[in-house]
Design a binder for this molecule. Structure first.
Ligand SMILES: Cc1cc2nc3c(=O)[nH]c(=O)nc-3n(C[C@H](O)[C@H](O)[C@H](O)COP(=O)(O)OP(=O)(O)OC[C@H]3O[C@@H](n4cnc5c(N)ncnc54)[C@H](O)[C@@H]3O)c2cc1C
Length: 284
């Protein structure tokens, strides 16, 4: 179908984009890579009066070092995340996760920030952002604010972004030298996960010193498997300890039942995939 008519503006700075959104009112929408928004418009599931295209806002693209943090512009494409040397060195989990998103065409258009702002429970990057303790920098009519990933995802397709807000930057603490793995279970014809697990761990002298585990599609929002994290810390990274820790993976989750999997199967997948992901990360 053809989308309903809308006005289109393409500002070149964040300030101008915020102003354009404020002028257009509540029914305006931000356009990033368009990989999720355009299908929604074409199906007429949304009919915004104005699209504010961020494609020309150069300050929203790219990755830079800021002390112990990597600052990733919201409009950085999946493709650019994948080939970025800073991300490869300091945030390997993001590169590994991004490599599983969709296909090359979509990775060239879709953006890191667009995926987080869209907040699809089956998206890959929100779980990885949660496991990386990322923080979101948001610009709105009242200025800029920073929201941790644990508070950014609010519900199905709902984030802390308010009408008029723009996600500008994702700040990711450097995890240099940490081992990481993203394990996802998906239908062969599609890359969207039925369940997926983002794992990053720091190993010190053969023992797991720190662990972060984020689950995708195990609830309305990405979930940290804190039971697994606690069970891993202080343990030798052996097959037995990993298997025992992975048994905690479904604790505190509330996955949906749908045509792909019922609740019990998703919980089973969470345990199995967590075990595989930790083993793959540490090479056990
Ligand atoms: C066929 C297909 C397969 C896919 N497979 C996968 C997959 O396997 N795994 C996966 O995780 N994803 C998948 N995706 C989604 C893809 O990763 C998209 O890139 C992502 O969901 C949205 O990014 P975008 O830049 O295209 O955002 P858009 O589609 O432009 O925007 C999405 C939403 O976020 C809002 N938004 C975007 N950027 C901002 C911002 N900076 N500030 C405020 N609001 C913003 C928009 O207003 C809109 O509501 C797939 C998409 C398609 C079409």
């Amino acid at each position: 179908m053809i989308p309903a008519a809308f006005d289109y503006v393409a500002p070149t700075t964040v300030d101008d984009a915020v102003r354009a959104l404020a002028e257009a009112g509540e029914d305006a929408k931000v356009l990033a890579g368009g990989q999720s928004l355009m299908p929604v418009l074409r199906m007429r599931l949304a009919a915004p009066t104005t699209l504010v295209d961020l494609g020309k806002v150069a300050e929203l693209r790219g990755v830079r070092e800021d002390g112990d943090v990597l600052a990733i512009g919201a409009m950085t494409t999946h493709y650019d995340v994948l080939r970025d040397a800073l991300i490869a060195e300091h945030a390997e989990l993001l590169a590994k996760t991004t490599g599983t998103v969709a296909d090359p065409q979509i990775r060239h258009r879709g953006t890191f920030g667009g995926s987080l702002a869209h907040a699809d429970p089956a998206a890959d990057l929100p779980a990885a952002a949660l496991a990386m303790d990322a923080e979101m920098v948001i610009a709105g009519p009242g200025g800029r604010r920073t929201v941790p990933a644990a508070e950014f995802f609010v519900d199905f397709f709902t984030t802390a972004l308010q009408p008029g807000d723009i996600l500008c930057e994702v700040r990711v603490p450097k995890r240099t030298g940490w081992y990481s793995h993203y394990e996802k279970f998906n239908r062969v014809a599609q890359a969207w996960p039925i369940v997926a697990v983002a794992v990053t761990v720091r190993v010190d002298g053969g023992s797991i010193a720190e662990a972060r585990v984020g689950l995708a599609n195990m609830g309305a929002i990405p979930v940290r498997a804190t039971g697994v994290e606690q069970a891993l810390v202080g343990q030798q990274a052996t097959a037995e300890t990993i298997k025992a820790a992975a048994e905690h993976a479904a604790e505190g989750t509330s996955p949906a039942a749908d045509g792909n999997a019922d609740v019990e199967y998703r919980q089973h997948l969470a345990r199995v995939l967590t075990g595989r992901a930790v083993s793959a990360a540490v090479g056990a």
